[in-house]
Design a protein around this ligand. Structure first.
Ligand SMILES: Nc1ncnc2c1ncn2[C@@H]1O[C@H](COP(=O)(O)OP(=O)(O)O)[C@@H](O)[C@H]1O
Ligand SMILES: O=c1ccn([C@@H]2O[C@H](COP(=O)(O)OP(=O)(O)O)[C@@H](O)[C@H]2O)c(=O)[nH]1
Length: 267
């Protein structure tokens, strides 16, 4: 579970941006201090020891020598990949469409849910916590999911990724952007009525612990409360392609295909 930073530290976190900028302005010795605290911050995020409001204060802060904002980023400028986040409620068809996009357009499909389920079956240290979270339809701590996504992205040569089912909350989104230093190029949003999603999930029959009516109801609530704000954020940034997910798999894919055909940024 996340832990709040104790209250006495709050003023420091709020003034941390100022401190870091001051440190950069003061010269090389202070820069070392700034960089060290920056990586300490990455560690805190990865361990899920600080929560979003604190991250917002604690982050968004560093300036590089030429004045551009610095990020923790793990991609070099030449190797920054094309990233499409694929979002939509449970059963809206994200995974099904991602498989088709990957085949047609040469993307690597990373399903956050599949990565988490793999962690459960590999008996990793977080397995029990992930299983309990998924069974309750809740969201796994950002640090855990991002570590898995990052590991896959670093180990795969491709520079075109579909990230399916992530970010599921504003906290997920902010942590991902700060840790990787990149935003998605586009966001696909599969818009599907709730009754259709329920029907599809109940018909999925893959033996998933969360594909039962009680957990589905919880997942739909979590989607509306936490995932829609992410979609709204990227809509404001002009990145969302909203696809009506009703229709046959092929009919939906025709709409998806158009988005990718028209997307000049994909090399
Ligand atoms: N357009 C569609 N029409 C009917 N069933 C679909 C459609 N797209 C996907 N499905 C089925 O619905 C279920 C959920 O789809 P899936 O791709 O796993 O959704 P998600 O990844 O969004 O949870 C699967 O059994 C899938 O075969
Ligand atoms: O970034 C993620 C992706 C998935 N999950 C968990 O994994 C479950 C299944 O997610 P998936 O994307 O596989 O399926 P969907 O609910 O979209 O059908 C979710 O309900 C969450 O509990 C999570 O916590 N973080």
């Amino acid at each position: 579970m996340s832990m709040l930073i104790p209250d006495p530290l709050e003023p420091f976190l709020i003034f941390h941006p100022w401190l870091l900028n001051l440190a950069f302005a003061c010269g090389a010795r202070f820069r070392e201090f700034a960089v060290t605290t920056f990586f300490f911050e990455v560690f805190l995020i990865e361990q899920d020891l600080i929560q979003a409001p604190y991250r917002l204060n604690f982050l968004g802060i560093l300036s590089t020598e030429n004045g551009t904002p610095a990020t923790i980023g793990f991609f070099s400028k030449e190797k920054t990949p094309f990233i499409a986040f694929v979002l939509g409620g449970p059963g809206s068809g994200k995974g099904t469409q991602c498989a088709k996009i990957a085949e047609a357009f040469g993307f690597t499909h990373l399903s956050a849910g599949d990565l988490l389920r793999k962690e459960i079956s590999s008996n990793s240290e977080n397995g029990a916590m992930i299983l309990a979270t998924i069974t309750e339809g809740k969201i796994v701590p950002s640090g855990v999911t991002i570590k898995l996504i990052r590991r896959e992205m670093e180990s795969i040569e491709n520079n075109k990724f579909l990230i399916d089912g992530f970010p599921r909350s504003e906290e997920n989104r902010i942590a991902f952007e700060r840790i990787t230093g990149v935003e998605p190029n586009i966001v696909l949003f599969f818009d599907c009525p709730e009754d259709e999603m329920v029907k599809r999930v109940l018909g999925r029959k893959q033996g998933r612990v969360d594909d039962n009516i009680d957990t589905i109801k919880k997942r739909l609530k979590v989607f509306a409360a936490l995932n829609l704000p992410v979609i709204n954020h990227y809509t404001r940034r002009g990145k969302v392609y909203k696809i009506n997910a009703v229709g046959t798999i092929d009919e939906v894919f025709e709409k998806v295909r158009q988005v990718f055909d028209d997307c000049k940024m994909i090399k």
